[in-house]
Design a binder for this molecule. Structure first.
Ligand code: HEM
Length: 432
């Protein structure tokens, strides 16, 4: 799930090339109309940091919905940008494999991190089954009270009528607490989980890691910490936390350390960055569409629909990648065996062929749960119901206690074509 966990030597060169040769920070980007579609590469992080990609995706959907980029720091790749085509690829796992990696980057030959999101059946299914009951209906029921009391306590302690960073104080804190519960991770050390999540996905972000060595060293520190937890739990009776489930699971108990680390990173990033960025994105979207917030306040029964719409509108993971196992025709193009295919959920969720008012937040949107943000097919997000629950409780508690949440400046965005999110967002809250 981490975009950089899956990198190979050419990609390592790619990461460095981005630091040196990509668009410079704040560069003036070419207009969508000027683009040469023969060479266009949407993966440059600067498009993402500046949130400049919308008109480029609109042009791709219109003129080249199955688009070949012949050269990028990650090698050549296909971009699939229409809703229906993405759905087709995502549900054709027999041809579009996850085994080569699920982000634009490939695996590092000398630092492989196998994880079940980047596996095909049968191993994928067996490992997924090992952990999925952590977010089963029974657990969700018992988590709800905990999520609510933590959210309420956190809100009671927020600065009132003075600026603070919503990302750090609310979104990161709430998702990190949840993650600590899922792993039964020492609570006082929980910010380590936030750091490892940021490191795992931030290999190309100089604000997060400064070198390849640092990136690997911090991930190995994560492995060291979790190995201590594994050793504690493997010798105790099985319990309901993720580490115990992995340590006792028939299909996970003999994992190599690299595979343990890979699956940890999957679960850390899966449970962290995505929900975190939906928590920020929702507040930002309601600020941009105050009429929708007013509608929600007037009719709180719209909350479940609003939550799904926030997740569609935000699309916290911009793409998932597959590798073709055989030649395949789609959109008048032939994808050849071995080629990389990027399903751009960020684009499919804004496809004008599939959605009315695709760019707007519209909390009464028909068929609102049929967005692409959780994927479809055998890899559809394990944690989708938990993420929705966390967001539902967040908004119930917001509506209960705040008169308004003002967004004081444009948020800073992550420079990543994978994790589509926010670094910081200054806000001021006014209690009722
Ligand atoms: C709004 C929040 C979330 C979003 C947008 C999201 C998105 C995704 C996406 C796009 C996939 C891949 C789907 C595909 O390839 O078809 C995925 C898989 C996954 N997610 Fe999430 N996720 C979220 C929350 C969570 C949470 C809270 C957890 C953990 C409890 C989690 C754990 C996972 C896991 C383990 C997988 C791998 C599933 C598999 O390969 O079978 N996610 N998620």
């Amino acid at each position: 799930m981490a975009d950089t966990v899956t990198t190979s030597p050419p990609v390592k060169a790619g990461a460095e090339q981005f630091r040196k040769n990509g668009f410079a920070r704040d560069a003036k980007l070419p207009s969508a109309a000027q683009l040469d579609l023969n060479t266009f590469d949407i993966s440059d992080p600067e498009y993402w940091r500046q949130e400049a990609y919308w008109p480029y995706f609109a042009r791709l959907r219109k003129e080249a919905p199955v688009h070949w980029c012949p050269d990028s720091p990650y090698g050549p790749y296909w971009s699939v940008t229409r809703y229906q085509d993405i759905m087709t690829i995502d549900t054709t796992h027999g041809i579009f494999s996850s085994e080569g990696g699920i982000t634009i980057a490939d695996q590092d030959a000398d630092f492989r991190l196998p994880m079940f999101i980047a596996m095909d059946p049968p191993k994928h299914d067996l490992q997924r089954k090992t952990v999925q009951s952590i977010v089963g209906p029974e657990n969700l029921k018992s988590f709800e009270g905990l999520i609510r009391s933590r959210t309420a306590t956190l809100f009671d302690e927020l600065p009132v009528d003075e600026p603070f960073d919503w990302v750090d104080k609310v979104s990161i804190e709430l998702t990190t607490m949840m993650l600590a519960t899922l792993f039964d991770f020492p609570f006082e050390d929980r910010r380590k989980l936030t750091r490892w999540s940021d490191v795992a996905t931030g290999r190309n972000n100089p604000d997060v890691v400064q070198s390849e060595e640092q990136w690997r060293a911090e991930l190995l520190e994560c492995l060291g910490y979790f190995t201590r937890l594994w050793n504690e739990r493997v010798n105790a009776p099985p319990r309901g936390d993720l580490v115990s489930m992995l340590a006792h699971g028939e299909h996970t108990r003999n994992m190599s350390p690299q595979e343990y680390l890979g699956n940890l990173i999957l679960l850390i990033v899966g449970g962290n960055d995505t929900t975190r960025n939906s928590m920020t994105g929702g507040v930002y979207a309601m600020h941009k569409w105050p009429d929708q917030l007013a509608k929600l306040k007037a009719n709180p029964s719209l909350l479940p629909s609003a939550v799904s719409e926030i997740i569609r509108w935000q699309t916290p993971l911009a793409h998932m990648r597959r590798t073709a196992l055989q030649d395949y025709e789609i959109g008048g193009k032939t994808i050849r065996q071995g080629e990389k295919v990027l399903m751009w959920y960020a684009s499919g969720n804004r496809d004008e062929e599939n959605y009315t008012k695709p760019n707007d937040l519209w909390i009464e949107r028909p068929m609102v749960r049929r967005h692409l943000s959780f994927g479809f097919g055998i890899h559809r997000c394990v944690g989708n119901r938990l993420a929705e629950l966390q967001l539902l409780v967040l908004w119930e508690e917001i509506l209960k206690r705040f008169e308004k949440i003002e967004v004081l400046a444009e948020p800073e965005r992550t420079p990543s074509s994978f994790v589509k999110g926010y670094m910081r967002m200054p806000v001021r809250v006014t209690p009722k």
